[in-house]
Design a protein around this ligand. Structure first.
Ligand SMILES: NC(=O)c1ccc[n+]([C@@H]2O[C@H](COP(=O)([O-])OP(=O)(O)OC[C@H]3O[C@@H](n4cnc5c(N)ncnc54)[C@H](OP(=O)(O)O)[C@@H]3O)[C@@H](O)[C@H]2O)c1
Length: 276
């Protein structure tokens, strides 16, 4: 299925402030929310509390929002906290239990997107988890499925060839030090897979301070962060933003309206840096 959001609000590391930030992000224009069933980094339950406030006090409906969560394999969980599944169960049962926990946390009968937080320790385990997501999508519990932290196109190809379905979504680090994940990014663009980026701003300080980005920001009266978000969007990348500031929420949401058609040579210069 097509995943249409142009920017996604990320809820990692917000702890007990998650509720207030998610309510604010939606009131400032975000319509897609990313979380994970991983208590170590995300308060998925408090994303659910925010949703209830948005429905009851602000007139939003479930279908107005795109909700994405993740199944986090045991290596990414903090085993000292209550886990959303029995780690001794088979992988498919773990995925199903994790998704049931997410449905309860988010007070919903379906999820717009569920990702494997990362490939598992072995390819057979990754494929078992993937087939569980494929089945949940067929049952209508989940509308889109994907994978995060998958930096080898071969893993994505294996999901499609041996796991029964092409991912709808990939969520990866997109930043200077991995050369903007060129191989997987191109793989996704060629196949119509939504490529979601994290570390987009914090991971590219040299690019943000480059003359080309600064020049577009000055000419368009926008911020360097908006320039990078917009160039990402125009090139098949859907950025995540986990900002805690209202001004930055407004900037992130407004980025998709920026028209760069008259500054194409500066945009090309930035793409040359990114694709070098
Ligand atoms: N799948 C994974 O393994 C994984 C890993 C990491 C993150 N994620 C997802 O991605 C989301 C985003 O995480 P992130 O690591 O990319 O970073 P982030 O939480 O979006 O923010 C990084 C930094 O950028 C600043 N910032 C944000 N918007 C800005 C703007 N418009 N102008 C200037 N500064 C701005 C933030 O400060 P302010 O708060 O002051 O704006 C913060 O210091 C997470 O919440 C999570 O949902 C997923």
């Amino acid at each position: 299925m097509a995943v249409v959001a142009k920017i996604v609000y990320g809820t990692a590391w917000k702890k007990e402030r998650t509720t207030a930030f998610v309510v604010n992000a939606v009131l400032h224009g975000f319509r897609a929310i990313d979380t994970a069933c991983q208590p170590k980094h995300y308060r998925e339950d408090l994303v659910g509390t925010a949703l209830q406030i948005l429905y009851e006090k602000h007139g939003f409906k479930r279908e107005d929002l795109f909700l994405q969560t993740k199944y986090t394999p045991i290596d990414g969980q903090d085993a000292s906290q209550p886990l959303p599944y029995d780690p001794t169960a088979d992988v498919a049962s773990q995925v199903r239990a994790s998704v049931q926990t997410s449905l309860a946390h988010l007070h919903t009968a379906y999820l717009d997107s569920v990702l494997l937080h990362s490939p598992l320790r072995t390819l057979p385990d990754t494929l078992a988890a993937w087939r569980a997501l494929v089945a949940l999508r067929a049952e209508g519990v989940v509308r889109a499925i994907g994978v995060s932290n998958a930096y080898e196109p071969a893993v994505l190809a294996a999901l499609e060839r041996d796991g029964g379905a092409r991912p709808d979504v990939v969520q990866n680090r997109w930043f200077e030090r991995n050369r903007w994940d060129a191989g997987v990014w191109a793989y996704c663009v060629e196949r119509g897979i939504q490529y979601q980026s994290f570390w987009t701003l914090s991971g590219s300080p040299s690019l943000l301070s480059s003359a080309a980005v600064q020049a577009i920001a000055a000419s368009k009266k926008c911020t360097p962060a908006q320039v990078l978000f917009r160039i990402a969007q125009l090139n098949g990348v859907t950025p995540l933003s986990g900002t805690t500031q209202e001004k930055h929420m407004d900037d992130a949401v407004a980025a998709e309206k920026l028209d760069f058609s008259d500054v194409q040579s500066a945009v090309d210069e930035i793409l040359k840096i990114i694709r070098a």
